[in-house]
Design a protein around this ligand. Structure first.
Ligand SMILES: Cc1cc2nc3c(=O)[nH]c(=O)nc-3n(C[C@H](O)[C@H](O)[C@H](O)COP(=O)(O)O)c2cc1C
Length: 362
């Protein structure tokens, strides 16, 4: 039904406006007393074989919603109700900012892909913290932080730590995003020389803000890194005792698309997500696993559309997987479908828990 609705109506509407309206409608519906519980009973993963342990928590299933969908932590409850095992909010920046001029989000349906150059449009860390103060206690929520655009690179550490101080106490895990292509210079922070002091400072900020509970800290990396840089980040993560790496963000590459080249070129700059990203994200994941082994928890994201994709990432070493574009094209039934099919795969492999499959192909 969603696919028919998508084909008939949604694909003809501007992408960003459609996202805003459908998300607001879903939040309003789930706010009606009793609806959240009803929907959750229907959609939430309840099969015991799907349970995963990560970051000191037990998650009902390994598939989460990737960062960028709920940048301002407006609808965590509504998104968890759809059957995601966890939700990552953000990217949140220390200061509120409008993002880039519109239009800045585009569909490439022939490629089951999106191009976005939103540029971290968000209400800022104070507003996100106010919303997260009312977060549900049950359900795992990651918070993804990034650099405020107007802040110079030399001040980046202070900007990230300002966000960490506010948001770490409210997060089940915190992500340092240094991989969005839409904030000038951001990805330069991925070089180890810059990343080491940044991650160390954010770690300190987490411990200062949350002295009683050690908040797990992760870094999210780009798919466009050279192999040596991926290895260097894996080594750094181990050295710093980081809790995890999220691989990957969107790509600036445009190779191998079915959408005609002039149309792609006309869209302009931005990060490409969805099916065309899948192979590169998998390669990055495999490289991280080969380098860091089981010392770092890996979250795989990029082009995951089917249970086969998710299963492949888990077997390659991902403890958790995330999706954004697959959810846009797959609709509200997508998380439930993936979880249900994953549970079948666990059983077909003769396993009693999906955790037994993590890294099986590594
Ligand atoms: C519209 C859009 C906005 C995004 N915003 C963010 C963001 O704010 N922070 C972030 O870390 N990743 C962001 N991402 C990247 C996703 O979290 C994910 O890493 C990427 O899209 C690859 O996954 P996918 O192929 O399942 O979409 C965004 C992606 C899209 C499509």
């Amino acid at each position: 039904m969603y696919r028919f609705l998508y084909w008939l109506v949604l694909q003809r509407l501007p992408a960003e406006g459609t996202h805003r309206v459908t998300f607001a409608l879903w939040r309003a519906l789930v706010a009606v007393p009793g609806v959240a519980a009803l929907v959750q009973r229907w959609l939430a993963p309840r099969d015991a074989v799907l349970r995963v342990h990560a970051f000191g928590r037990e998650l009902p299933g390994p598939l989460g919603l990737a960062a960028g969908f709920d940048k301002d932590a407006k609808g965590v409850r509504a998104l968890l109700a759809l059957g995601f095992g966890f939700v990552e909010v953000g990217t949140v920046t220390a200061e509120a900012q409008p993002g880039n001029p519109k239009p800045r989000l585009f569909r490439l349906p022939r490629d089951r892909a999106l191009v976005n150059r939103l540029g971290f449009n968000n209400d800022g860390a104070v507003a996100a913290a106010q919303r997260l103060a009312h977060r549900p206690a049950e359900g795992t929520i990651g918070v993804n932080i990034g650099k405020t655009k107007r802040v110079a690179e030399a001040e980046a550490i202070a900007d990230y730590t300002a966000s960490a101080l506010r948001l770490a106490p409210l997060a089940d895990y915190l992500v340092v995003n240094v991989s969005s292509p839409n904030t000038p210079g951001l990805r330069d922070l991925q070089t180890v020389d810059k990343l080491r002091p940044l991650l160390a400072a954010v770690r300190d900020a987490c411990d200062l803000a949350s002295p009683m509970r050690r908040v797990p800290l992760l870094v999210k990396i780009a798919p466009d890194l050279a192999d040596e840089d991926i290895d260097a980040i894996a080594d750094l993560a181990v050295e710093l005792g980081l809790d995890g790496i999220i691989a990957t963000n969107t790509t600036i590459a445009r190779a191998g698309l079915a959408t005609p080249e002039p149309r792609v070129a006309a869209l302009g700059a931005g990060g490409l997500s969805g099916a065309p990203l899948a192979l590169r994200s998998l390669v990055v994941l495999r490289r991280l696993r080969a380098r860091a082994g089981t010392r770092i928890t890996l979250i795989a994201v990029g082009g995951i559309e089917t249970a086969d994709d998710a299963w492949q990432r888990i077997r390659a070493g991902a403890t958790l997987v995330q999706g954004y574009t697959g959810f846009i094209y797959g609709g509200p039934g997508w998380p439930r479908r993936i979880h249900r099919e994953l549970a079948a795969k666990v059983r077909a492999a003769g396993l009693s828990s999906i955790e037994q499959a993590i890294g099986a192909d590594a």
